[in-house]
Design a protein around this ligand. Structure first.
Ligand code: AMP
Length: 376
């Protein structure tokens, strides 16, 4: 099956071809026709499934039938949990919107950065991608109005609600006109999502794509037993001996992420840390460099465990274990995505051994421990 049978315009099809999107992913096959048909959609799919294009493409088609107001009234609102996802979704809109006959203006707004430039940029925006807190601030300042919204998207809805944005989301929903198309995407279907689904969606097309377990099969996992004090040297040994040129490393704290990155740099490995204490500008910059292969090693906390799409990431290393097995699965899910195999390496000290067994039980998978002389 190709994109041609999904109802998209010739110019969008051309851009898809240029971007080497040849075959639609399963979520796209189902969501694109449903959204073009103005149906509400509940998509249970995580990042890596192609969910962003599954709503961006039909929205860009549908928006051509909407009379766009040249004011601070937006037509499409996409709510996202993080700044990184806001930037990423905006990039996908920008990638495809150039093939539209009419100029469309999209903008990503998020907290942690000055509100003034965002207020200035709000004029004539048609598609707004926003984190809930910052959106409410902009509404309070009269910089944006939601009274004309025709399409609402909640992307990574589970994460929006987990991040404590429930009140904000409810306030935002109250400001929307009653008649609109609603698209809700979530990695999981929990009680919160069930509730919001009932409030928000009318007779939705429900699309459920792949389970986490299935994703795991795509990832080659290896586990190294290591003495706690030898994790740094083993990490350097692995990066060098396996010639890793794009690796995402997870640590358990901001301070540890900084320390690990510093130590790598001192040993002439091209590394930086990224976490919530860095400014938005620095984060976006580092992420872009890393995505495009201009930075080899990115050390992070669980901030990036979900939601960030780095295409075909070949390596993920758990320098330390996360608390929950679910987070472990999300971390290693940064690799082996979109049908490309990936490698996930986990370093475990004696103290972490028991906790890793809990993770193995959850995955229903046992992984052999590798021991290298001099490191364990
Ligand atoms: P997403 O789940 O939206 O974050 O998308 C995951 C990755 O898959 C992104 O890097 C997209 O550029 C890529 N992608 C999405 N759909 C397709 C497709 N049909 N063919 C090839 N790549 C795609």
């Amino acid at each position: 099956m190709s994109f041609t049978s999904l109802g998209l315009s010739q110019s969008l099809l051309k851009t898809l071809e240029k971007q080497k999107y040849i075959t639609p992913y399963p979520i796209q096959k189902e969501a694109i026709p449903a959204i073009l048909n103005h149906k509400d959609v509940l998509g249970i799919a995580k990042t890596g499934s192609g969910k962003t294009a599954s709503y961006v493409l039909p929205i860009l088609m549908n928006i051509q039938g909407i009379s766009l107001k040249k004011t601070r009234h937006i037509a499409v609102l996409v709510l996202v949990p993080t700044r990184e996802l806001a930037v990423q979704v905006n990039d996908v809109f920008k990638l495809f919107e150039e093939s539209l006959p009419e100029r469309i203006k999209t903008l990503a707004v998020f907290g942690g950065t000055s509100i003034n430039p965002q207020m200035m940029s709000m004029v004539n925006v048609n598609i707004l991608i926003a984190t809930p807190g910052r959106l409410l601030e902009l509404i309070e300042k009269n910089a944006v109005h939601l009274g004309e919204v025709e399409i609402l998207v909640l992307d990574e809805a589970d994460k929006i609600l987990n991040a404590g944005f429930k009140t904000e989301v409810n306030k935002i929903i109250d400001l929307l006109p009653p008649k609109r198309q609603n698209l809700l995407f979530s990695a999981t279907l929990n009680d919160d999502i069930g509730n919001i689904n009932q409030i928000l969606l009318h007779d939705p097309v429900v699309i459920k794509i792949e389970t986490e377990e299935k994703d795991i099969e795509l990832i080659n996992q290896s586990v190294y037993s290591v003495a706690e004090g030898r994790k740094g040297p083993l990490l350097r040994h692995l990066i060098n001996s396996k010639e890793m040129t794009q690796v995402l490393i997870f640590t358990s704290s901001v301070a540890r992420a900084d320390r690990v990155a510093d130590k790598l740099k001192k040993n002439n490995i091209d590394a930086e840390s990224i976490h919530r204490k860095k400014t938005q500008g620095v984060r976006t910059n580092l992420l872009t460099k890393f995505k495009y292969g201009k930075l080899h090693v990115l050390v992070t906390t669980d901030l990036l465990a979900r939601g960030i799409d780095i295409e075909n990431l070949p390596w993920v290393i758990n320098y330390e274990l996360p608390r929950s097995p679910k987070t472990y699965i999300h971390r290693i899910g940064r690799t082996g995505r979109a049908e490309n195999p990936g490698e996930a390496i986990t370093l475990i000290s004696q103290d972490e051994e028991q906790h890793f067994r809990v993770i193995e039980n959850k995955m229903k998978k046992r992984i052999e421990r590798i021991k290298i002389d001099g490191y364990c």
